[in-house]
Design a protein around this ligand. Sequence first.
Ligand code: C5P
Length: 224
Amino acid sequence: MAELVLALDLPSGGEALALAERLPEVGWVKLGPMLFVREGPPLVRAFVDRGMRVFLDLKWHDIPHTVAGAVAAARDLGVAMATVHCLGGQRMLAAAVAAAGPLALVGVTVLTSHDAGELGAVLGRGVPDLGVEVERLARSARDAGLRGVVASGHEVGLLRAALGDAPWVVVPGIRLPGDAPNDQARVMTPGEAVRLGATHLVVGRPVSAAADPTDAWARLRAAT
Ligand code: C5P
């Protein structure tokens, strides 16, 4: 059994709250830059006050002092999970962990929008195998004391083999058979992601853009 996280990439806080409140048993909501830049900390507090755990997905990547300050602010807001980029390096990750308290930090390995060619261009060297890069960055997250990592469903199996059972593996790009992939290149069904070892499944548009969000949410919950 994994946690189902409702990604709220919606135009306003009012719409996000309305959607989360009409669905039964929403344990986790994910707020990203789209909504956080518009609505800020009051929207985080609104979800926390309603008893929902907030995953703040701002993917921090900056100098250690700045990232530690952002993590401390999120912790003080009552955020339950937040993202940092593993590419920020060990000192940045360690500073983030030191500031996190009860907040669970998860490290973004390789963005699912990157392919090997694009990552190679960013890094200035050849990347023959994206999985090797994902595993290398996930090990750096584990070594720095992060709670887990974010990865596509296609890397969950290799991460479980490399890191064992303990780390959270948070997987976006979840789709039921027949769902539109939208702009996601590498999608996976909830059942397959759970079978491979995902602990948190992130799902947005299959619910928020569904003709019947309540029905879509129920079908995803049943498959998780
Ligand atoms: O609508 P959909 O289900 O595709 O939403 C996926 C969510 O997961 C979005 O909020 C997106 O920002 C996030 N995400 C992702 N890929 C990553 C990290 C986060 O799609 N590598």
